[in-house]
Design a protein around this ligand. Structure first.
Ligand SMILES: Cc1ncc(C[n+]2csc(CCOP(=O)(O)OP(=O)(O)O)c2C)c(N)n1
Length: 365
């Protein structure tokens, strides 16, 4: 293993070279593929909903589904995920129903965070998914703090956190990596090196040749993996999770990838990326590559692929309709959850709001 070598399973023709024996059985390989396609279609629908003014902001993971899904797939139920805003597939893989994620995106009364978080900043204690922190890099420090607490409590959890190449320039990255290295904490850092942090290219982000090499300075291993190769991502992250579980400490995984779309719905990537570059990466689409591998093994074909996409499109439409039908959270809930015992001035304000809303009832808009 080296911090500069790129680990791959799929060859250039997307079949796997002879000696490779997948660590996943056939059913799990197909489940991984289905989840990646679900993620692709879901993200595409969210971009459409944004254009229709139905979602306020969204960051698509198109092109990076292998990293999100194959990495999350390696976790056990007791483990914890500290995601960022570009890993919807990891949420689905942890069992989040699309309706529940949509409730967060729409900020409805069914949203676990009661409409108080930025869309895509989902969290669920029940599903062991930490609420996403918007300042880039913060989630890394949170993940490490959680892993440290787990270690002190002698808990069984491994913590996995996702972030982008831009996050590696933030203090949360340094603090987190340093503490994780000092205490050999059970944490796996998965960096999606998609070459850009909004418009900042990789060569202006760091003077290092790779992200993985940074782990060396903190006293643990860094691994560089082809982030468009679902099998390689799975195997590398699985090994890192197993090492963490056995007390072997942290690993930094650098997944080399590319986001096919813009940074988010409020960005125009054509202002800073060349069309030819994006086109070249599209030829390494993780879903196409994995699909070709499955077909080469006789596990998949075009008819099954079309049927899968049709079923998923219909499930997504049903989930959107269901989530959109839910009302917003009650306005009075603004006053909940901060104080155990609401101070007098907030009690007064809540009363004023209730009176005001009662006065509005029955009035024509
Ligand atoms: C501390 C901080 N600075 C800036 C921002 C605005 N911002 C949000 S995402 C982002 C880019 C992050 O890029 P990267 O970490 O490479 O992840 P990617 O979006 O490419 O997946 C920036 C600058 C922020 N949220 N927090």
């Amino acid at each position: 293993m080296s911090e500069t070598e790129l680990i791959r399973v799929l060859g250039d023709d997307d079949t796997s070279p002879a000696p490779y024996h997948p660590s996943l059985d056939d059913e799990s390989l197909l489940a991984l593929y289905r989840r990646m396609v679900q993620t692709r279609l879901f993200d595409a629908e969210m971009i459409r909903l944004h254009r229709q003014g139905r979602v306020s902001i969204y960051s698509s993971s198109e092109g990076e589904e292998a990293l999100a899904v194959a990495a999350a797939m390696t976790l056990s139920e007791e483990d914890w995920l500290f995601p960022d805003y570009r890993v919807s597939g990891a949420l689905f893989e942890r069992g989040v129903p699309m309706e529940e994620f949509l409730a967060q995106l729409f900020g409805t009364s069914k949203d676990l965070s009661k409409g108080r978080q930025i869309p895509t900043h989902y969290g669920s204690r029940q599903r062991h998914i930490a609420s996403i922190s918007s300042p880039v890099g913060n989630g890394i420090a949170h993940a490490v703090g959680f892993a440290w607490a787990a270690r002190i409590k002698k808990g069984p959890e491994v913590v996995l956190t996702f972030f982008g190449d831009g996050a590696t320039s933030e203090e949360g990255f340094h603090t987190g990596m340093n503490i994780a290295g000092v205490h050999k904490l059970p944490v796996v850092f998965v960096c999606r090196n998609n070459q850009y942090a909004i418009s900042v290219p990789f060569n202006l982000q760091t003077g290092s040749d790779t992200i993985a090499v940074k782990a060396k300075a903190y006293g643990f291993d860094g691994v560089r993996v082809d982030g468009t190769d679902a099998l390689a991502v799975h195997d590398v992250v699985r090994e890192a999770v197993e090492r963490a579980r056995k007390g072997g400490g942290p690993t930094l995984v650098e997944g080399v990838s590319y986001r096919h779309g813009a940074h988010s719905t409020s960005d125009d990537d054509t202002r800073y990326r060349k069309a030819a570059e994006a086109e070249a990466w599209r030829k390494r689409d993780p879903i196409d590559r994995f699909g070709r591998y499955l077909k080469s093994r006789g596990l998949w074909d075009d008819a099954r692929d079309a049927a899968l996409r049709e079923t998923l499109e219909s499930r997504i439409q049903t989930a959107v309709a269901e989530a959109e039908a839910a009302p917003p959270p009650p306005l009075e809930s603004l006053f909940d959850d901060v104080y155990d015992d609401l101070p007098w001035h907030l009690r007064e304000q809540r009363q004023d709001l209730t009176d005001h809303l009662r006065g509005l009832k029955g009035r024509k808009p």
